[in-house]
Design a protein around this ligand. Structure first.
Ligand SMILES: [Zn+2]
Length: 105
């Protein structure tokens, strides 16, 4: 079991979210990938005990949906983006960010 990485530093460069972890490794995630993989119950759905996924109403995404208005740290392990269409319920844990990252490590 790996020790969970902590977010040391993050910044937005053009359409990329760059994350530096406390072990000096880095991750980068495009804003589009970030938005399309929003982990909130409405976007990702909620699973019942049988594994059926229930999603909220599909939101039609516009350019504004992918515009990042701000980002807020959640503890040491998560980031909460604020999108141009007022969507901000998704909290990306370090684990999710690592899965989405295009960086090698
Ligand atoms: Zn969402």
């Amino acid at each position: 079991m790996n020790e969970q990485k902590k977010i040391d530093h993050y910044e937005i460069v053009n359409d990329l979210l760059l994350i530096k972890w406390d072990d000096d490794s880095e991750a980068d995630v495009t804003l589009k990938v970030l938005r399309d993989n929003c982990p909130c119950a409405n976007c990702a759905g909620e699973k019942d005990v049988f594994g059926n996924v229930y999603k909220g109403q599909e939101t039609v995404k516009t350019d504004a949906s992918y515009r990042l208005m701000g980002i807020e740290p959640v503890g040491y392990y998560g980031l909460r983006p604020f999108w141009g269409d007022n969507h901000s319920t998704g909290i990306f844990t370090a684990e999710i960010l690592l899965t989405l990252s295009t960086a090698d490590d």
